[in-house]
Design a protein around this ligand. Structure first.
Ligand code: MUC
Ligand code: MG
Length: 367
């Protein structure tokens, strides 16, 4: 069975609650839906979030690279020749999320063709994941009110606090208010999106030592190698790499360089194929991972659930799966539900990323 056509459809859905963080903000999901058609009429789908501040991609660049670069090389290739497809995709450097979406859409095609859920083809470890919710920049009391509301409504008790503003005045205060208000049982960690210097991060770690934080993600710019290494060596909690480890090679380098001792794995930027390699590499090096969020829609989140639930190593920790709740609407045909703080993997064949066609018509911006 061969790839017959690849579509890259730009669309835009507003956010009810915009998300602000140290490296940018998101007011609307101006994403790209990738659709791959086979010569036998099977269609695979995946969502692509442009994150210019993280990967340098834009909605237009994603559409262009999928349609003009990947499309012509992939048409005619057998859907099961996965290694050949990887070689074609990785001939082009960068374009992380565009490659990720093509890979996930192809897995969707494979699952649908075989009549199997992709989560089982990947590993089939479990049927649901525990959810962690990402809290953007807001005054401390508003953050606590929101976290309490999420706990009450969805049973979520793990929160990632976006930091990287003013470390002493805003970030530490927000963490303190959350810990006091949520109590000892809540899992809490911080992500500064490179907003601090290594010294500021060290100061935050000293002052939050008794807050029971689980880990600290991307505190500073990992390219400042010695500062980052010093942090990792001296930190009482793991230092996680997110945007400093966007692919297999960089993830390996960060661990070997001593720039991180925990890894965020994001299907949006790694697809399933590269993400699985990152997980295997991390496991072999004794490094924990967790499923991160690329500010995903429900379509993107389903892919994270499918992948995260497939492996023991990714299912261990709570996964960042709930930021679609901030969106005004979504394309996913069967809306996701968070019950008792967990999301279940879809049961049907493929990835489960089927979209509502009427909504796609309404939100697509290429007509
Ligand atoms: C995260 O963990 O950093 C914010 C920017 C981005 O690219 O992803 C998000 C979440
Ligand atoms: Mg991050």
């Amino acid at each position: 069975m061969k790839i017959a056509a690849i579509e890259a459809i730009p669309y835009s859905i507003p956010y009810r609650h915009p998300l602000h963080f140290a490296s940018g903000s998101v007011h609307e999901a101006d994403h790209v839906l990738v659709r791959i058609h086979t010569d036998e009429g099977v269609v695979g789908l995946a969502d692509t979030p442009p994150r210019p501040y993280t990967y340098g991609e834009t909605q237009k660049s994603i559409v262009a690279v999928v349609q003009d670069v990947f499309g012509p090389q992939l048409i005619g290739v057998d859907i099961f020749d996965r290694e050949k497809i990887q070689e074609i995709l990785f001939r082009t450097i960068h374009n992380q999320t565009a490659k990720g979406a093509v890979d996930i859409a192809l897995w969707d095609v494979i699952g649908k063709t075989l009549g199997q859920p992709v989560t089982k083809l990947l590993g089939g470890y479990t049927d649901s994941l525990r959810v962690s919710h990402m809290l953007g920049f807001k005054p401390a009391q508003e953050l606590l009110d929101l976290a309490l509301e999420f706990r009450e409504t969805y049973g979520i008790n793990t929160f990632k606090l976006k930091t990287g503003r003013h470390p002493l005045r805003l970030d530490i205060e927000a963490a303190r208010v959350l810990r006091e208000g949520l109590g000892e049982d809540a899992e809490l960690y911080m992500d500064a999106n490179r907003g601090w210097s290594a010294n500021e991060a060290a100061e935050v770690l000293r002052r939050t030592a008794d807050f029971g934080l689980q880990f600290l993600e991307e505190p500073d710019d990992a390219r400042e190698v010695l500062g980052r290494r010093r942090l990792v060596v001296n930190s009482p909690i793991p230092i996680a790499a997110d945007e400093s480890a966007p692919n297999l090679g960089e993830a390996a380098k960060e661990i070997l360089n001593g720039g991180a001792n925990l890894l965020a794995v994001k299907t949006a930027r790694s697809g399933f194929t590269e993400a699985a390699k990152i997980v295997g590499m991390a496991e072999g090096m004794g490094v924990d991972v967790y499923i991160g969020n690329q500010i995903d829609t429900q379509v993107g989140t389903v892919a994270s659930v499918v992948f995260g639930a497939a492996f023991a190593h990714t299912a261990k920790r709570a996964a960042e799966l709930s930021n679609f709740l901030d969106m005004a609407d979504d394309l996913l045909a069967d809306p996701l539900q968070i019950i008792d703080g967990r999301i279940r993997v879809p049961e049907g064949p493929g990835v489960g990323t089927g979209v509502n066609e009427e909504k796609l018509e309404r939100y697509r911006s290429d007509r």
